[in-house]
Design a protein. Sequence first.
Length: 319
Amino acid sequence: MMVMQNLPRYGLYLIVLTLAIACGSDAQKAPGPIYVDQSAEMGGDGSQEHPLQTMREALQIAEAEALIIVAAGRYPVPAEWNFEGSLSVLGAIAEPTVFVADDDGPRIVWRGSQVNLLVIGGVNFEDALVFETGRVQLESVDIAGQAPALSLVEASADLDSVEVSVTEENPEGDYVGDGVLVQNSTLQWKGGAVLEIPDRALMVEGSVVTLESVSLSSTRRAALQLVMGSEFVGQDLTIEDSGLAAFVWQSSIALSDSHVARTAQPAILVSAEAVVQVMDSLFEDCPSGFVGVSYDAISVTLERNQFLRSNSETCISVG
């Protein structure tokens, strides 16, 4: 079976995840993994020898602390799902494990006040993912869906090697073409990309966000927009071919060791009580005709930056 064929490829992940679940606060023995394989025979019990066929079956029998191991294939998952506990989902390594909303809707909404969700290993979401409250960890995951393709609402998120793309714009609401929406959440993200997004690649509202080694681009607007008292730290970012690299409104941004190139407007536009620090970064090909004028900004610090075929006033506008 597919599960049996793929199991050796992620044996280390399985050991790590099993240990993580076993070390729960109640110190009780964790249940065994639940196996899912769409090619399995009907009537399985979720064991390695007799996997379940669907993710819905697996989620229905998942206990407060569970590990679900899913073979390669395409799996409908509940479009609306509430869970309380710690759930780890491990996809196939050699071939993708694909999740789609089971009602053919545009997005998957998972929530839970005490949920701790870990998704790792070659998983693709082919509908937009919304995670509300609780804690989510995504590693080696691709998300492609209607804008915004990934939404984090009052959540704590850790992303590693995650790529996000928009397959279609959303005709309703305020986030018509955004890639990632972060509202009243904390986000740590290392490695990955949000590229060629129609509007804002990363929209941050009232949140604390740290990005490292992530690439962003927006075809029409700011690749990064910070509002409503957000705090942002970015290191080793690549922001290219965007309307703006960043728009900062009543928020703070600390950017270092990053590369910004070919923006249609000033690379960084700062206004209304913003705190900005840009250090050791490279700016290329900022457009001419924009001049920095101080207005309502609390603090702007620029140190050891390089400007190729442009200058600081055309790249960073405060006003």
